[in-house]
Design a protein around this ligand. Sequence first.
Ligand code: PMP
Length: 406
Amino acid sequence: MSNRYIQHYESLLNDLENQSLRRKLKVSDSPSAPVMKINGQDVLTFCSNDYLGLANHPEIASAMIDGVNIYGGGSGASHMISGHYTAHDQLEQALAATQAKHIPNVKGLFFSTGYMANMAAITGISAGLGENQTMSIFSEELNHASLIDGVRLASKQNNAKVFVYPHQDLGALQKLLSEDKSRFKLIVTDGVFSMDGNIAPVDQLLALAEKYDALLLIDDAHGFGVLGDSGHGILDSFKIDAGNTSANRVIYIGTLGKAAGLSGAFIAAHKHLTEWILQKGRAYIYTTASPPAIAHGLLKSLELIQQEQYRNALHQNIAYWRKHLKLHKWQLVKSSTAIQPIVIGQNEDALRVAEALYKKNIWVPAIRPPTVPAGTARLRITLSASHTREQIDELINAISEVEHAF
Ligand code: PMP
């Protein structure tokens, strides 16, 4: 028997369906790879964040198996209780080492997910600042949902004052910073914007942080492993030097479920900032540590990320795609990262295009509001080092055909 809640939610779901906003899961029977088996059918995918093709790398899989042999399955508890193992500790040191050229006295802290790292970093750093002291947070308009949620929670839990500045508008940010009288300021930004693929001007943001005596939190979920000469992410690509006076203002967050191929995330910041987040970040403290075998596997991912071959293959694929795709009605967003969106506009149109591609066994997700602003529904195409030229050609040809027929 249905009660009124069941009926109410059914009608809400129908509304979503009617607005082309109802999200649907596809179930895969095979590992993450350019070609995946969905309902028994081979599908060419351009939607994963496995940018370097490491998610199914045999050396990582075998490192995880070694990890299971050493540590067994689960961690058994939160990090603070009894869930922190040698593999977690080694990984935190290896992760911190990736940012040591860019952040002085850097300390790493490993999390099960990027979502939690962002929540913990923002709520932790704005907690317990002293009697009647609160943080003013300056948050980029197009920040990832996990940053937005972290900022909202900081506002609720820690009375943080929140200012949202328009996308890439440093003039507006500067005005907000200059007008704010608070002693504690935090600028929060994505490194690579997840639905556009463009890059935050980290050097200029850091200069503003210095000028207005603020901290700068950068979520480099899509840059870690992809950007920089050593693949160490956005600070590496901007050549931020640990010797700069402003470098200890950075709270760097990298995630490990994308280019690193497994799951998890980390904070790398000056040891006193990281340690405070560890003390006060509830999303760190009150959750079970992820299995140590994952940390053990991630140590292998970090080794592979340092090798240029994966990053070079990705960047060659990006250049090839941008050179050969020719669009007439739709717009390819300007992006030098693995995220290569095509803006279609209306939700139902984006969905129709994605469905037309899927009929050709090509899987590209249609991203709609609230993930992107209304009227900018898009195909979020992501490229990987593991795509072949032929596969990219297949996508280009399919998009041309669908656009022509649209
Ligand atoms: N930040 C950004 C910019 C992201 O795109 C994502 C995931 N899509 C996250 C954080 C969350 O990371 P995780 O998937 O590890 O929770």
